[in-house]
Write a protein that binds this ligand. Structure first.
Ligand code: RET
Length: 232
């Protein structure tokens, strides 16, 4: 894979970060959402720059590549995206203990998902690769359970405006995040149905949607909900 896709990714993601910061709310109660969402593509842009230079890229004995920078990016940015949703579910509640509990659980599961995915990508023996892949999917299921069951219930208790913003954001996130294990499964790290450049381009588009498009969509839903409640 030459560096073009990675440089394009770097450019879109760094400009995306700037745009999210420039257009986002700088006032409480939604300022922290702007800061969290602007930091995500900024971190990802850094990873794309590293990949463009081949830093942290491991070409294995079978010729397939593991992009370490990608897993480093994901292990930091996915917790930030999840933290923003947990904070939305508990908006203006002041129940810091409960927030802390859910935040810790969801981040532990999420980081476990990314790291076991990395181990799966590196594994040379197929059986071992697929055990790690399944284990990563178990952690992913745990993340989705927390988002869709207890956290959704908490968000709904906050009234229809906030509840519907939470549902829209979680719905979008779930659809986009599901694409990652699918691309891994059919990509060069898995069944090799699609080749390395195709999977790099697919993940580039998914990263832009999951990080930049999602930031605008989520901020718009949160701002609308807060306006409807008249608490802005
Ligand atoms: C892997 C492979 C093993 C199985 C699973 C995976 C899930 C990855 C996900 C990544 C999400 C990344 C995002 C990045 C941008 O912000 C590690 C591919 C379940 C869900 C959203």
């Amino acid at each position: 894979m030459d560096g073009t896709a990675f440089l394009i990714g770097f450019t879109i993601l760094s400009l995306g970060s700037l745009a999210i910061y420039a257009t986002g709310s700088k006032q409480p109660p939604s300022r922290h959402h702007t800061l969290l969402h602007a930091s995500v593509p900024f971190i990802a842009a850094t990873a794309y720059l590293a990949m463009a230079f081949g830093i942290g890229t491991l070409v294995k004995f079978d010729g397939t590549a593991t992009y370490f920078a990608r897993y480093a990016d994901w292990s930091v940015t996915t917790p930030i995206l999840l933290a923003s949703l947990v904070l939305l579910a508990f908006h203006e509640r002041g129940s810091t203990g409960e927030v802390g509990g859910y935040l810790t659980s969801i981040i532990v599961l999420d980081v476990l998902m990314i790291l076991t995915g990395l181990i799966s990508s590196l594994a040379a023996v197929p059986v071992i690769k697929w055990v790690w892949y399944l284990w990563s999917c178990v952690a992913f299921a745990g993340v989705l359970y927390l988002l869709w069951v207890p956290l959704r219930a908490r968000a709904m208790e906050r009234g229809p405006a906030l509840g519907s913003a939470y549902l829209k954001n979680v719905g979008f996130l779930t659809v986009v995040w599901f694409l990652y294990p699918i691309v891994f499964l059919i990509g060069p790290e898995g069944l090799k149905i699609i080749n390395d450049p195709t999977s790099v381009w697919a993940i580039l588009i998914m990263d832009v949607v999951a990080k930049v498009v999602y930031a605008f969509y989520a901020a718009n839903n949160v701002d609308k909900a807060l306006r409807e409640r008249g608490s802005d």
